[in-house]
Design a binder for this molecule. Structure first.
Ligand code: TIU
Length: 222
């Protein structure tokens, strides 16, 4: 019997390894490394870098437990035809597609768009290129999860209040149960990190559950 439960708030979340996937959101150089898009926007990347090691431990535990692992990347075609004009005008001087220290910002194929080496996908792990903040919008993520019979998602990555919670809300509306390990998600804004995690688990798990890396690792190893 593979039914188990994650220790979580507001209450334990039962899961089955066969129907659980790890979704690693946008752990891209542009968001996490110095000199990327995140830092160019004026943010302190050390605040999101603290999530790297916990993410690495959860990723290793998920691989060992045989979970489906999916990675996402936010970015656009080099000609930016998939970038809404309204999104193109944001970010002050740091426009999507403009030249950054790690290539054109949030453009597919550029160095800064790539996933960080610490969490690099291995063979068999789908990588979803997404044009939006949510991982379901204009991608085949839902199809991939459905085809594998996935019901539960462990959602990690950056940033907590932007792409992580957008994805959790999208997933929740599609019937998935989402668990967010608090130390595996990062924000440039401590107050947003705190509020986002509180919102997820409020009102009896309105969008999902909140836990931490060690609880997830223990449950996956059981
Ligand atoms: N991946 C993601 O969260 N994209 C963002 O643009 N996040 C910010 O917090 N800016």
């Amino acid at each position: 019997m593979s039914q188990s439960a994650f220790i979580a708030e507001p209450f334990a979340l039962p899961f089955d390894k066969k129907t659980t996937a790890l979704v690693m959101i946008d752990m891209q150089r542009d968001f996490v490394e110095p000199a990327g898009f995140g830092e160019a926007l004026g943010n302190d990347v050390s605040l999101v870098r603290v999530a790297i090691q916990p993410c690495k431990q959860v990723l290793e535990a998920a691989r060992k437990a045989g979970l489906l692992v999916v990675h996402t990347r936010e970015g656009h075609r080099p000609d930016l035809t998939d970038c809404p004009p309204a999104k193109l005008t944001r970010g002050g001087k740091t426009f999507i597609g403009s030249k950054g220290p790690m290539g054109r910002i949030l453009v597919r194929g550029e160095a800064g768009h790539d996933l960080i080496p610490e969490l690099y996908p291995i063979a068999g792990e789908p990588v979803i290129d997404k044009p939006g903040k949510g991982a379901f919008y204009q991608t085949d993520l839902h199809l991939i999860l459905q085809n594998r019979g996935i019901k539960t998602l462990i959602v990690c990555g950056v940033t907590t209040e932007v792409c992580v919670t957008t994805t959790v809300r999208e997933a929740n509306d599609r019937g998935f149960e989402c668990l967010v390990p608090a130390d595996c998600v990062g924000s440039y804004f401590p107050e947003f990190q705190k509020a986002s995690l509180e919102m997820i688990k409020a009102q009896g798990a309105i969008f999902g559950w909140v836990s931490n890396a060690s609880n997830v690792i223990a449950a996956l190893a059981a």
